[in-house]
Structures are given as structure tokens and as C-alpha cells.
Write a protein that binds this ligand. Structure first.
Ligand code: B12
Length: 177
């Protein structure tokens, strides 16, 4: 449900999301931080994240970072306009367990191309690569988009409007393997 028109109330839109996330985190705090076997028994999993390419859409990735931190992950947020090399450098430095890429402006496919090969070259052979946001221009058939990202070596690819708890649940499954 959209409460505001995109063109006139960007701030209200962002406030609405912030409010939604705060409520989500409060509701799930116990579930994810107290009873989460993965993050209480073992050390926190480290996730490097950022907004790839020339993309400056900061809000969604910040919210995602906040929600994942609250869910018990250690987040390394590189901010916006992050190059593939910067993702890899940070993942090597922090011995990361996953790289989570955000892309909102429509050029995600081009920006993500070759990331898996560069990870392999840097010794990050098996590191899970996740991508989400608005990965391509306009509304494309997501199954096709997903296929193309999987062919590029991504582990998980998400359509627009993916719920935060979907990502958290997927990460917990991924790390329990
Ligand atoms: C605010 C905004 C801007 C601001 C950004 C300010 C800032 N510093 O953040 C400004 C004005 C700078 C901007 C610029 C542009 N924008 Co803009 N922008 C928006 C807008 C209105 C809101 C984005 C937002 O903050 N949403 C709120 C957050 C909470 O949601 P979110 O970003 O989607 O993030 C959530 C999910 O996507 C998901 N998610 C994000 N990353 C990941 C990663 C993973 C792994 C997972 C699982 C989930 C996930 O979780 C987040 C939290 O729930 C959207 C339209 C909209 N309503 O979404 C357009 C929008 C993203 N922009 C768009 C465009 C085209 C542009 C420009 C190219 C316009 C232009 N011609 O100049 C430029 C690009 C500039 C650049 N270099 O990046 C398009 C993208 C279209 C596409 N992909 O096909 C959109 C969708 C508008 C539209 N309908 O056309 N924009």
C-alpha cells in the first residue's frame, strides 16, 4: 500500500518506511536476537553491504543494515557509490561471510557483471552474493532477471519490495548450511 505520491512526498515516504522498520524490529527483536541459535551460539556473521556503482539511493540500504544488525548480524556498510573492488576489499579485510549488494537506479545488472569472477580472483570463492532493490530498468519479468543474475554467479536475487524478514530468514538458512 502506498500512502504518498512519489513525486511530492519523498520525505514522508521515507518516514513511513522508517516507522514500518522500527515496528518490525521491535516485533521481531526477541525472535531474532534472543532465540536465534545461529547468532547466539556462534560468533556474529559478517555481512559487507553497500549500494553499487554510481547509485546514490542511500535509504533502503541503511534500513536493511539497521534491520540486519538488529537481527544479530555484524554489518559493514560501505554506503553509496561502491565499486566492485571496494566490496571485495572490505570482504577480504573483514573476513566476511556474505556480500549483500543494493542497487536501485536500474543499472544493477551492468554494475554487478563480473563481481563473482573478481571475488574468485581475490580468494573469496564461496562467498554468498546477494542482490536486491530495483535491479533493472522498469518492471521486467523477475524470473528472467533472477536467471541472469544467477548465471552471473549470484547466490540469491530479490525483486523490488522484498520484505526484511524474507532476507533475514534466507540469511539464517544460508549460514546454517
Ligand atoms: C528518494 C529517491 C531518489 C533520491 C535518492 C536520495 C538518497 N540519497 O537516497 C534522488 C533524488 C537522489 C534520486 C535520484 C535518482 N533516482 Co530515485 N528514487 C527515489 C525514490 C522516490 C525513493 C527511494 C527510497 O528511498 N525508498 C525507500 C526505501 C526504504 O526503499 P528502497 O530503496 O526500495 O529499499 C528497500 C528495498 O528495495 C530493499 N532492498 C534494497 N537493497 C536491497 C538489497 C537486498 C539484497 C535485498 C534483499 C533488499 C534490498 O530493502 C529496502 C528496505 O526495505 C524511488 C521511488 C520509490 N518510491 O522507491 C526513486 C527511484 C528508485 N529512483 C529512480 C531513478 C530512475 C532515479 C534517477 C536515475 C533519476 C534521474 N534520471 O536522475 C536518479 C539516480 C541518481 C543516482 N546516481 O543514483 C527510479 C529507479 C527506476 C528503476 N530502477 O527502474 C525509482 C524507482 C523511481 C521511479 N519509479 O522511476 N532518487
Amino acid at each position: 500500500m502506498k500512502l504518498f505520491r512519489e513525486t511530492e512526498l519523498i520525505n514522508a515516504d521515507i518516514f513511513f518506511y522508517y516507522h514500518k522498520v522500527t515496528k518490525f524490529v521491535q516485533a521481531n527483536n526477541k525472535k531474532y536476537t534472543k532465540d536465534n541459535t545461529i547468532n547466539t551460539i556462534m560468533d556474529k556473521k559478517v555481512i559487507v553491504t553497500g549500494v553499487i556503482g554510481a547509485d546514490v539511493h542511500a535509504v533502503g540500504n541503511k534500513i536493511l543494515t539497521y534491520a540486519l544488525e538488529e537481527a544479530g548480524f555484524k554489518m559493514i556498510n560501505l554506503g553509496v557509490m561502491v565499486s566492485q573492488e571496494e566490496f571485495i576489499e572490505a570482504a577480504v579485510e573483514t573476513n566476511a561471510d556474505a556480500i549483500l549488494v543494493s542497487s536501485l537506479y536500474g543499472h544493477g545488472e551492468i554494475d554487478c557483471y563480473g563481481l563473482r569472477d573478481k571475488c574468485d580472483e581475490a580468494g573469496l570463492m564461496d562467498i554468498p552474493l546477494l542482490a536486491g532493490g530495483n535491479l533493472v530498468v522498469g518492471k521486467q519479468d523477475f524470473e528472467e532477471v533472477e536467471k541472469r543474475f544467477m548465471a552471473m554467479g549470484f547466490t540469491k536475487v530479490y525483486p523490488p519490495n522484498t520484505q526484511l524478514d524474507t532476507t533475514i530468514a534466507d540469511l539464517n538458512i544460508l549460514f546454517s548450511k
